[in-house]
Design a protein around this ligand. Structure first.
Ligand code: HEM
Length: 404
């Protein structure tokens, strides 16, 4: 057992255990952590290692899954998404969605997205008292995503609910108590995952009957490397886009609002000098690091930092530690809206799975804060902030504010 535990979700309820990660970076850059319900995992915590392992898919593969949960062959076969593949099978899927996420395409949505965001903000402020998570951080990404993919907006609340439950299984507010055996074959082993699969199947049937000019239709009619997408592939594609497209942006918005409410002088500076929004956006995304870690599996024996990782061992890369590595970031615990360069790894760093939605996410954060900042001084905290109990997602569940 490593001297310091980092897997216990309770550790993340009050705040990020930065001190533990700092200690590990200095004293145990590669540590092994036992698990009650698994074989244990290795943890890389230094910036350079996180980048290197994330890129080296030949030695650190994704095909046994990208999360700590251990899946058998049958579960993997049904649940595998693009996150759980290596090139070239991964490249085949990535090529399908890539064109819908190029900077040029994202740019074409900007005006519509900005309008949508303004509407969400106006509605929230009109309430007088509200929860930033419920009224801003959840609706903005989900509505953008629905528009972008071609999912009816009437499904937005269901998409939010499924994502909450899928990623919140270690949090008592979202845990599904009686999941039943079938849920093992759905994302995160959840009933929410089964419901999302069912919704995806219905959406696919509707678009096959009546194609529309949207990403969902393109996916369904595309032939990846000559083969059409199978139904299982589509369901997993839909689910991964649904989760990835909401969760990380949502928490970046919440954490950014909190950071700026706690530092009104920085919010005022951003209003005075809107050109700072670009560096501020990067800093919000670094500061948040919405995804704490991802998992890989070693394909061969690797000797490193005086230890030996064996083929088949689970390996994790901790973005939350890399983003606060003092050998790369000056004064990393300082929220610095002018930080430049800011080579954070919140989206990964150059590996095959580098975040597909990075451009979209950046625009989301930039537009949301661009629109919100002139009015941010009118908000004040109005109750305790509640954080997600998770060793995977850096989430805020509640951020109550009132308009003054
Ligand atoms: C601040 C917001 C976001 C953060 C921090 C984030 C972070 C990440 C990270 C860490 C990865 C894995 C990187 C790796 O293993 O190298 C990833 C992958 C992915 N992200 Fe994001 N993401 C965000 C927003 C989005 C959005 C808005 C979408 C849009 C749909 C999206 C779609 C995806 C997809 C599909 C993948 C899997 C890519 C693959 O396997 O090739 N993400 N993201």
């Amino acid at each position: 057992m490593a001297l310091i535990d980092i897997a216990d979700p309770d550790l993340y309820v009050e705040s990020v255990p930065h001190e533990r990660f700092r200690w590990l970076r200095h004293e145990e850059p590669l540590s092994f952590h036992e698990e009650e319900d698994g074989a244990g995992f290795w943890a890389f915590v230094r910036y350079d290692d996180v980048v290197e392992v994330g890129r080296d898919w030949r030695r650190f593969s994704s095909v046994w899954g990208s999360s700590l949960e251990e899946l058998d062959e049958e579960q993997l076969a049904v649940r595998r998404s693009m996150l759980d593949l290596d090139p070239p099978a991964h490249t085949r899927l990535r090529r399908l969605v890539g064109p819908g996420f190029t900077p040029k395409v994202i740019k074409t949505y900007e005006t519509a997205f900005r309008l949508l965001t303004k509407e969400v903000l106006a509605k929230a402020f009109a309430r007088g008292e509200f929860d930033v998570v419920e009224e801003i951080s959840k609706p903005v990404p989900v509505l953008w995503l629905c528009r972008h993919l071609g999912v009816p907006e009437s499904a937005a609340q269901r998409l939010i609910d499924w994502t909450d439950r899928m990623l919140g299984q270690s949090d008592p507010d979202y845990a599904e108590l009686d999941r039943g055996p079938e849920a093992r074959y759905a994302p995160f082993g959840t009933i929410a995952g089964l419901e999302a699969y069912e919704y995806a199947a219905g959406l696919a049937a509707a678009r096959r009957d009546e194609p529309k000019p949207d990403i969902i239709t393109e996916l369904l009619f595309a032939e990846a490397g000559g083969d059409p997408l199978s139904d299982d592939e589509f369901k997993n594609f839909f689910t991964v886009l649904m989760i990835a497209g909401q969760e990380a942006s949502r928490h970046s918005i919440s954490q950014g609002v909190l950071a700026l409410l706690e530092r009104p002088e920085l919010a005022a500076r951003l209003v005075e000098d809107p050109s700072l929004i670009t560096t501020a956006t990067e800093e919000i995304i670094r500061w948040t690091t919405p995804i704490y870690q991802f998992r890989r599996t070693a394909t061969e024996e690797v000797a490193i930092h005086g230890k030996v990782i064996k083929a088949g061992d689970k390996v994790t890369i901790w973005y939350i530690s890399a983003n606060f590595d003092e050998t790369v970031f000056t004064d990393p615990l300082n929220f610095d809206i002018t930080r430049h360069p800011n080579e954070h790894v919140s989206f990964g760093k150059g590996g095959p799975h580098y975040c597909l939605g990075a451009g979209l996410a950046r625009l989301q954060v930039q537009v949301t804060f661009g629109e919100l900042l002139p009015d941010l001084h009118r908000l004040e905290l109005n109750g305790p902030v509640e954080r997600l109990r998770s060793n995977f997602i850096h989430g805020i569940k509640k951020l109550p504010v009132k308009v003054i």
